[in-house]
Design a protein around this ligand. Structure first.
Ligand code: ADE
Length: 244
């Protein structure tokens, strides 16, 4: 996978994109990340990237030209890849696991990060997606781009060694993940549930599904509205509600 990021603050990416799975994926050649500073593409002799809004109003807007030219240069250097171009914007579509799964299918992702300011509306005509990472306003899109890159890259089959663990992640199944335990069997009088130690896989699976449902019902009941509940799930939910 190829990822390009357009930003005014390239250094923000140095730490997070160089460590852990994302760092390794680049070392192994499964991932290429290029960070470019769109200030370098400003046609203005002072390299300005923003200007006052037509019609007045508070604050400055990012100009379309530097971003347009930066994108053109990416198109020229990889003419053969199909690109998904993502504009970071608190007013965009909320990012979620499904979107990360879609992004992970792409060959080439491009993220455009604004900073402090709004966008000239014409920048939106250059992108395929406008995405927010949540209902709060950051100083810029950089942290949001890194969040999306992290959530996407870990889904690449070559990157997450144990494929199974991405399939059972919270959110990928539509439920929050069930509780898990490792040794010791007892710690400060807190015990591992008996069912997990008895080796009966049918019972273990039932317990795991029930506890995933319980956790989701308590913490994120909204998520239960968006999945098809099987007969088994409905039975387990009834039991859970009785137990409360
Ligand atoms: N830029 C500023 N805030 C943002 C957010 N919540 N999501 C994406 N980009 C942003």
């Amino acid at each position: 996978m190829k990822i390009d990021v357009l930003t005014l603050f390239p250094k923000m990416f140095e730490g997070p994109m160089g460590e852990s799975m994302i760092g390794k994926a680049q070392e192994n050649g499964h991932l290429e990340i290029n960070i470019s500073n769109f200030r370098d593409y400003s046609a203005n002799k002072h390299h300005t990237v923003d200007d006052y809004p037509y019609g007045g109003g508070a604050g400055m807007l990012l100009k379309v030209q530097p971003i347009y030219d930066n994108l053109q240069s990416i198109k020229k250097s990889s003419p053969d890849t199909k690109k998904r171009v993502v504009l970071l914007d608190p007013a965009g579509t909320p990012f979620n696991q499904k979107m990360a799964e879609d992004f992970a299918q792409e060959e080439h992702l491009v993220f455009i990060c604004g900073h402090y300011e709004g966008y000239d509306e014409r920048i939106r005509s250059l992108v395929t997606d406008e995405v927010s990472i949540g209902d709060y306003v950051l100083t810029g899109g950089e942290l949001g781009a890194m969040v999306m890159i992290d959530a996407t890259v870990r889904l690449l089959p070559e990157v997450l060694g144990n494929e199974l663990s991405a399939k059972t992640d919270s959110h990928s199944t539509g439920l929050l993940e069930h509780p898990q335990y490792t040794r010791p069997a007892v710690f400060n009088e807190m015990e591992v549930p008996e069912v997990l130690k008895n080796g009966n896989h049918k019972l273990i699976e039932r317990w795991q599904l029930k506890e995933a449902l319980r956790r989701t019902w308590i913490r994120r009941p909204d998520m239960l509205e968006s999945i098809e509940l099987t007969d088994e799930m409905n039975t387990l939910l009834k039991e859970i509600k009785h137990e409360r």
